[in-house]
Design a binder for this molecule. Structure first.
Ligand code: NAI
Ligand code: MG
Length: 369
């Protein structure tokens, strides 16, 4: 290998799927920030291929993902996703047509949702300061209540019946528990709270608890506790500092992570990663929020969730330093009070984006390459 080959920066190919509502606005902002970071640091290259898969595409063609679409996606190192959902398409069609149609075949079984109170922002909780709320929620992302098991019979009759069966397999519970324990182990407090509802749900959730206890034996340095999901909501509000890493089922973690986002200040800052820890398929990174029809096109969407998820994407790709630098720059911009209306500010999407780009250039512009 020639010496010059050694110094060539790593290059990443990212699939961008902005999709619906504010998705295109926040993904555009994140791409601008990621490109500025790559140019400024010079330690990695990043390229985006845009996929025009959205509810508009669905309305025109009857499909969210064209034939062969998943095969094209597979060629990328990661996927940056906006949000899917349109007022004139039922939500279960859009969600299963695009987002879950990627997560499930790509075995993105670990959904990771970090939350913290950013410097310069405020939690709606009285007395909750930066540092008190710093959690990672690990959500089982392949089965449970969203396994797609169920059906409807006798449509339109008074005795119409619908079932929605939650499915828990030892294989899937074990792999998410192992992932959650590893996540807890990698964080300073090494504390994992296992959320359950095994008092009322006496089959799947009991298996969940049993597997958690078995996997715990492999991680003697991780402290665990167990919470019923209803009591968990109280603990999140009343004792946020007592929590660190949290593992919960698909539905329960879906709800708890929206609560977490609100407690940290806004759903507009919360990121999510859909990971295939085996790395056989690309993982997908997105803001937690949806397509937010009420603010679409107004230029006021908070891009911070998509910046944070981009930072998580960089870490997953192995660019730990760039990941940290990006999140630090975003937090410094928040600290300066350049925040959108959901965080109590007056800045527009573009103002926050430009401020983050400026911050990156000013702080890291002289970094040796
Ligand atoms: P939503 O997250 O789109 O909006 C909830 C509220 O939060 C709205 O008032 C919205 O204006 C505000 N909000 C969301 N993101 C924001 C941001 N970045 N900056 C400032 N304010 C923000 O949730 P909603 O209204 O329940 O769903 C709307 C559509 O999005 C539905 O079609 C739903 O199915 C879809 N959805 C899609 C998701 C995805 O693609 N992963 C996740 C959640 C919802
Ligand atoms: Mg949700």
């Amino acid at each position: 290998m020639s010496p010059s080959a050694i110094s060539i920066a790593k290059s990443y190919s990212i699939a961008s799927i902005p999709a619906d509502g504010i998705g295109p606005e926040v993904v555009k902002a994140a791409i601008a920030v990621l490109k500025a970071l790559s140019e400024t640091l010079g330690t990695f290259d990043i390229e985006f291929k845009h996929y025009d898969w959205s509810s508009e595409t669905y309305k025109k063609t009857g499909k969210y993902i064209p034939d062969g679409g998943l095969e094209s996606l597979r060629k990328h190192d990661a996927i940056l996703f906006g949000a899917v959902g349109a007022p004139d398409v039922p939500d279960h069609i859009s969600l299963w047509g695009l987002r879950l149609a990627i997560c499930q075949p790509f075995q993105q079984y670990a959904n990771v949702r970090p939350t913290k109170v950013f410097r310069g922002t405020q939690s709606p909780l009285r007395n909750c300061k930066t540092g008190d709320l710093d959690w990672v929620i690990v959500r089982e992302n392949s089965e449970g209540e969203y396994a797609g098991q169920g059906g409807r019979s006798h449509r339109g009759q008074a005795w119409e019946t619908a079932t929605e069966v939650a499915m828990f397999t030892r294989h899937a519970v074990e792999r998410i528990m192992r992932f959650a324990f590893q996540t807890a182990q990698s964080r300073p407090r090494k504390l994992l709270t296992v959320v359950t509802k095994s008092n009322a749900q006496r089959n799947g959730m009991v298996l969940w608890d049993e597997v958690a206890a078995e996997v715990a034996e492999e991680f003697p340095d991780v402290t665990t506790d167990k919470m019923l999901v209803d009591a968990m909501t109280c603990r999140m509000v009343l004792k946020p500092e007592s929590l660190d890493t949290i593992v919960a089922t698909n539905l329960q973690a879906d709800i708890l992570s929206d609560l977490a986002a609100a407690l940290a200040g806004s759903i507009g800052i919360a990121p999510t990663s859909n990971l295939d820890p085996s790395r056989q398929n690309p993982s997908m990174f997105e803001p937690i929020h949806g397509s937010a029809f009420d603010i679409t096109g107004k230029g006021v969407a908070n891009p911070v969730a998509t910046f944070w998820t981009s930072s998580e994407m960089l870490a997953w790709l192995g660019e730990e330093d760039a990941s940290k630098k990006l999140l630090d720059a975003v937090e410094r911009v928040c600290e300066k009070g350049i925040v959108t209306a959901d965080l109590g500010g007056v800045a527009k999407t573009e103002d926050v984006t430009n401020a983050v780009i400026e911050e990156i250039k000013e702080s890291y512009g002289n970094t040796s390459k």
